[in-house]
Design a protein around this ligand. Structure first.
Ligand code: ATP
Ligand code: MG
Length: 431
């Protein structure tokens, strides 16, 4: 038997409804915030991620699914969303419209990682990007969108961990200071950090290894070393978050793994997910678009992991889904009924009624059993006798009572009954 590749998952009926619920909330919030959806290819030229994500990052160094196609091109399965959105923005000259451009995506991402709960080789992200907006208001807007989503889903208790990592004016001096601090401790650090030390020393601050965390305790912090412009930006962001009533805490160890971040970086952590506790991570990347060959357009955004979000929702008992609407089961009593069943189903479906019929030629008795299993509201029985009289027998599956209705009136009458039922069902829904 062939099984699915390690680190991937099948989202089966029964679970997929949870995804649809979360995705529905995301889409409706994005509408409210006026972000427009963008869909980019699942694979891109490898070069895009080398430049857009940055060499020296975990993604580029260890995690990319890269392959050579039959034409000899090096392609890579998308490991994250921002680089592709920037590419599309430049390729289609969307910057020519001027002003801020606001995008969102819901898409699978691919990373070669050690699979565990909340860490997969194919995972899914909801992400947003705002291009062309330099002010801290844009940072506050993306953070408030993430928090609005979490609140809508019932995760109001999560707080934002916020930091600024400066800009090309103030970061190099800090970087140097950081290397000077860590140099005497190099031997005690994990192999990853030893590697990061030269290329990406800021990453030493967010290592999850215990020893590295101990060493960093007294490391210099960047907030005291920001240039006046970065400081002003960061203060303005904090002001706006306070105005919005969004709780946050300053966390000097949030630095993000991607090279292109400037100024604001943030993460939203959920409890109980261990090393996989970051649900949402984002920040500002003012240099990225220009470094990819575009005009000097600033950007800010986040990526939010849907698997981790769903884990949190499940753990917190926050998934109260609307039960599916009532179903009509069209059952055939004999061969004549069987021949007419699909056409009757079509008529009912055209009237907006959710219908099922027997596709396996089972006896009437087992058809009714199946209707019961599917929790059908009604079974519509059709046989030679009914057809000759132009009627169908409608059985209320809850009470067992039956009535005969003219075939021409069936759709209308069931729709009317359904409206009464819907009101009854709605009353008990908690979400
Ligand atoms: P981590 O430190 O957990 O590896 P990351 O810094 O690699 O996270 P990002 O690149 O910022 O993560 O991705 C944004 C979000 O996507 C993460 O906060 C997380 O929720 C989710 N995510 C990232 N990698 C995975 C994965 N392999 N499996 C499931 N979700 C993931
Ligand atoms: Mg990672």
């Amino acid at each position: 038997m062939i099984t699915r590749p390690r680190g991937t998952s099948d989202i089966l009926p029964g679970e997929v409804e949870r995804w649809q619920y979360v995705e529905g909330e995301i889409r409706s919030l994005c509408r409210l915030f006026n972000f427009r959806e963008i869909r980019t290819p699942v694979f891109e030229h490898t070069e895009l991620f080398l430049r857009g994500v940055g060499e020296g990052t975990d993604i580029v160094e260890k995690e990319m699914y890269t392959f050579v196609d039959k034409g000899g091109r090096s392609l890579t399965l998308r490991p994250e969303g921002t680089a592709s959105v920037v590419r599309a923005y430049l390729e289609h000259k969307l910057y020519a419209e001027g002003g801020a451009a606001k995008f969102y995506y819901l898409a699978p991402m691919f990373r070669y990682e050690r699979p565990q709960a909340g860490r997969l080789r194919q995972h899914h992200q909801f992400g947003v990007e705002i291009f062309g907006a330099p002010s801290a208001t844009a940072d506050a807007e993306v953070i408030s969108l993430a928090m609005a989503l979490l609140q809508r889903l019932g995760l109001a208790g999560l707080s934002v961990h916020l930091n600024s990592i400066g800009c090309p004016a103030c970061r190099p001096a800090y970087r140097q200071e950081l290397q000077d601090y860590f140099r005497p401790h190099l031997a005690a650090l994990c192999p990853d950090c030893q590697r990061r030390f030269e290329r990406n020393p800021l990453r030493l601050l967010d290592c999850k290894e215990e020893e590295c965390r101990r060493v960093r305790e007294h490391a210099p912090q960047i907030l005291q070393r920001l240039c006046p412009e970065c400081r002003e930006h960061f203060e303005s962001l904090q002001d706006q978050l306070k105005q919005l009533g969004i709780p946050f805490r300053l966390d000097p160890w949030v630095v993000r793994g991607l090279d292109y971040y400037t100024r604001t970086v943030f993460e939203v952590l959920g409890a109980d997910l261990g090393a996989q506790s970051t649900v949402c991570a984002g920040g500002r990347y003012d240099g990225l678009i220009e470094s990819m060959g575009g005009p000097p357009v600033p950007g800010v955004g986040f990526g939010l992991g849907l698997e981790r979000l769903l884990l949190l929702l499940e753990k917190g008992g926050h998934l109260h889904l609307t039960p599916p609407g009532p179903l009509v089961f069209v059952a055939a009593a004999d061969a004549a009924g069987s021949r007419a069943a699909l056409a009757l189903t079509q008529q009912l479906r055209r009237a907006g009624l959710t219908c099922e019929l027997d596709l396996t030629g089972r006896s009437l008795k087992s058809q009714l059993k199946q209707a019961d299993r599917l929790r059908a509201a009604w079974a519509v029985l059709l046989g030679e006798r009914e057809l000759a009289e132009g009627v169908a027998t409608v059985r209320d599956m809850e009470t067992g009572s039956e009535e005969r209705l003219p075939l021409g009136e069936l759709a209308g009458q069931l729709s009317t009954k359904l409206k009464g039922r819907n009101r009854k069902d709605d009353a008990g829904i908690t979400y």
